[in-house]
Design a protein around this ligand. Structure first.
Ligand SMILES: Cc1cc2nc3c(=O)[nH]c(=O)nc-3n(C[C@H](O)[C@H](O)[C@H](O)COP(=O)(O)OP(=O)(O)OC[C@H]3O[C@@H](n4cnc5c(N)ncnc54)[C@H](O)[C@@H]3O)c2cc1C
Length: 377
């Protein structure tokens, strides 16, 4: 039997392990330095959408990805980790109003669920948020969110029920190369696992795994000052009543995460967070998000912060997925992407096809060694 080793049990590695193991025609080994779902996928905002995805091919991929989530969730019954609750967004500045109206027009023309709504309709949809009466408001009924960590755990459990092997709590320290072919991995405990194919699903840490092979994966480095990769998500508790949907307000993104909890994020706060940010700095930023939450959701005024997580986005330099084999490195396949919560199931479906020998035309444009800044042509 051929063996495929997947490095990284985040949403991408877990979705892939699940689909590969379901074929039951090989041996799948999934390895994580921590626990399944405890990387970026755990702290992700997890908004399932194709809302701002362009060009058309990338938009179509994301729409198809939303369908894959629906299908996947059906297979698990009605899992709490999949919530297709819709997204309510509003803006106020003249420029943002114009952009939102244009986006809704484009999305409607592309057949996507998007509409501008009145303030009273929006309040009917979400009575537990404060929406300014002068706002331009849009509703995207087919969007929603997935809780990354729980989804990963469900996928890994199912992959194991199909026969996949899970190894946790140990780093893959090295990809083993023999005669310019990747032939397996070496673990930090010196164990060596041979494989016909190694799939790198190590998220933002992938560059450090691939660099010794001379592969310069074009991800935005997390450690440079001002990098957009590191960010902050904050969980608050005690929000009753709380909104049910994904909410994008001008200064805050939020969504439910459990019964009386909300997950918060804001781009302008992320800008001031980096990988070396200490606890005091993060607490200060988290308080800022809590204050903003109180302005959007009245019940959040008395909420408390239960977790403030510094997390890192795997951000390809051009923003698009890095998926596929790499020239001159047989036995190696890479799957690293931003918007990975949305895209994981569809990428996993196409990657499974490729690993079983059929090239996916959809993935052809996302090869990791495509011409793009930071990578040799
Ligand atoms: C704040 C934030 C908001 C986001 N919002 C959205 C959103 O709204 N919608 C969306 O679709 N996406 C969103 N994303 C992006 C999305 O979360 C990521 O693209 C996705 O989680 C990446 O999944 P992954 O499996 O590639 O990485 P991870 O979840 O990080 O998994 C990689 C795994 O590899 C393991 N690993 C790494 N190196 C090694 C090694 N050497 N040996 C063994 N194991 C290793 C890690 O422990 C980890 O578990 C957001 C991200 C962030 C940070």
């Amino acid at each position: 039997m051929s063996r495929i080793v997947i490095v990284g049990a985040g949403i991408v590695g877990a979705a892939l392990a699940d689909q590969l193991a379901a074929r039951r025609d090989g041996d799948v080994v999934l390895i994580d330095r921590s626990q399944p779902g405890w990387g970026t996928s755990r702290t992700s905002f997890g908004w399932l959408n194709a809302n701002e995805k362009q060009p058309r091919a990338y938009f179509d991929l994301s729409v198809e990805a939303m369908r894959d989530w629906r299908r996947l969730a059906r297979e698990f019954g009605t899992p709490s980790w999949y919530q297709p609750v819709g997204n309510l967004a509003w803006v106020r500045s003249p420029q943002a109003r114009e952009e939102l109206a244009k986006r809704v027009d484009r999305l409607q023309a592309w057949g996507y669920g998007a509409e501008l709504v009145t303030a009273s309709r929006a309040r009917g949809l979400e009575p537990n948020v404060t929406i300014p009466s002068d706002a331009e408001i849009a509703f995207f009924p087919d969007e929603g969110y997935a809780s990354g960590c729980q989804a990963v755990q469900a996928l890994v459990q199912r992959a194991m029920s199909f026969g996949a092997r899970l190894i946790t709590g140990v780093d893959v320290s090295e990809l083993v190369v023999s005669r310019s072919r990747v032939t397996g991995v070496r673990l930090a405990n010196e164990e060596r696992i041979a494989a016909e194919m190694v799939v790198c699903c190590a998220g933002w840490r992938s560059p450090e795994l691939l660099a010794p092979l001379g592969i310069d994966l074009p991800l935005i480095p997390a450690s440079t000052r001002g990098s957009p990769a590191p960010c902050l998500t904050v969980t608050i508790e005690g929000v009753t009543p709380r909104p049910d949907r994904v909410i994008h307000a001008p200064e805050l993104d939020l969504r439910p995460t459990g019964k009386n909890r909300l997950l918060l994020e804001a781009n302008d706060v992320d800008v001031h967070v980096d990988i070396t940010s200490g606890d005091n700095h993060l607490d200060d930023r988290a308080q800022k998000l809590l204050t903003r939450a109180g302005m959007v959701v009245p019940a959040a005024i008395s909420a408390t912060i239960v977790e403030a997580s510094l997390c890192v986005r795997p951000l390809p330099l051009d923003g698009y997925p890095l998926v596929g084999p790499v020239s001159d490195h047989h036995g190696l396949y890479i799957a690293v992407t931003h918007s990975g919560i949305t895209l994981a199931p569809i990428l996993a479906r196409h990657i499974t096809l490729e690993l079983l020998g059929t090239e996916s035309p959809i993935l052809r444009q996302y090869r990791p060694d495509r011409a793009l800044p930071g990578i040799p042509v």
